[in-house]
Design a protein around this ligand. Structure first.
Ligand SMILES: [Zn+2]
Length: 273
């Protein structure tokens, strides 16, 4: 075989390899349809990976009209270097979608070297917020295995996405403006492992879940609340559980203690007996 023939064969192979992977390349897609703030559409590929899985990969780049922001404090920051990541995104056209996006390393005037803030994904996450939200929503209505089957994900990934989503959602709950709070214990495993749920009773919402039901566990909540906000607590509802009472007396001595009716009646019965 001549050198010329070898060159022709090599060129043909080189041309065929990308055809096996990328089935279709779209020339354009409106940036507003993508709903990814501060990003510009770059390209879309229809991929058939080696395991015969089909998915769409959408590529976006930072829109240079906007300045980069710090993922920790939100301040405008200078770009240190470019970087690219890929994350699972909400599906489209009945297909699995991966988002290939630019996320730059920045130099924040307050926090130093960080990753830039992007509104559609949390720092370090491997799925976009809208995908996490759909997973977490279905997890409220279906078992983890069913959600995994629906999204073609493994069980562990669904569990991790749901857990991360819940942690982030609960982290954002502010402890400002609390006046009436309540503590309630929940048994994780029958009669052994306990959690303490803390409620904002004026707004009927769960604000924290604490590990354990000892005084030290509850004290962590009051420490987070801080002395200034503790002064504004007018009433605390709780079970007749000494550690809850002790912690309340220590951090909010001005607050009125309201006991759960069930425990009050149970104690009356003890006295009568
Ligand atoms: Zn910063």
């Amino acid at each position: 075989m001549t050198t010329k023939n070898l060159l022709v064969i090599a060129t043909l192979i080189a041309l065929l390899i990308p055809l096996e992977r990328t089935i279709l390349m779209s020339p354009s897609l409106s940036t507003s349809i993508l709903n990814l703030p501060r990003m510009k559409f770059k390209g879309m590929e229809y991929i058939n990976d080696n395991k015969n899985n089909l998915f769409i990969r959408i590529s976006v780049r930072a829109d240079k009209r906007y300045r980069a922001r710090c993922s920790k404090c939100g301040s405008v920051a200078s770009v240190n270097r470019n970087g690219f990541r890929e994350a699972r995104d909400a599906g489209a056209f009945g297909q699995i979608v991966y988002l290939h996006f630019e996320q730059r390393e920045i130099n924040c005037p307050h926090c130093g070297i960080r990753i830039e803030k992007l509104d559609f994904i949390s720092p370090g996450a491997r799925a976009t917020k809208r995908f996490e939200e759909s997973v977490a929503f279905l997890c409220r209505h279906m078992t983890i295995s069913e959600v995994a089957q629906y999204f073609k994900l493994d069980w562990k990934t669904v569990k991790r996405i749901d857990k991360d989503y819940l942690l982030r959602t609960f982290e954002e709950i502010s402890l400002d403006g609390l006046h009436v709070i309540g503590f309630d214990e929940v048994a994780k495993a029958k009669g052994h492992d306990y959690l303490t749920c803390v409620f904002d009773l004026r707004n009927n919402r769960l604000i924290r879940v604490l590990k354990g039901r000892k005084e030290a566990s509850v004290a962590k909540f009051y420490e987070e609340l801080g002395p200034e906000r503790c002064k504004h607590i007018q009433a605390i509802a709780m079970d007749m559980w000494k550690p809850y009472f002790n912690a309340a007396m220590k951090y909010c001595p001005q607050a009125k203690i309201v006991y759960d009716k069930f425990h009050v009646i149970a104690n009356y019965h003890k006295v009568i007996d």
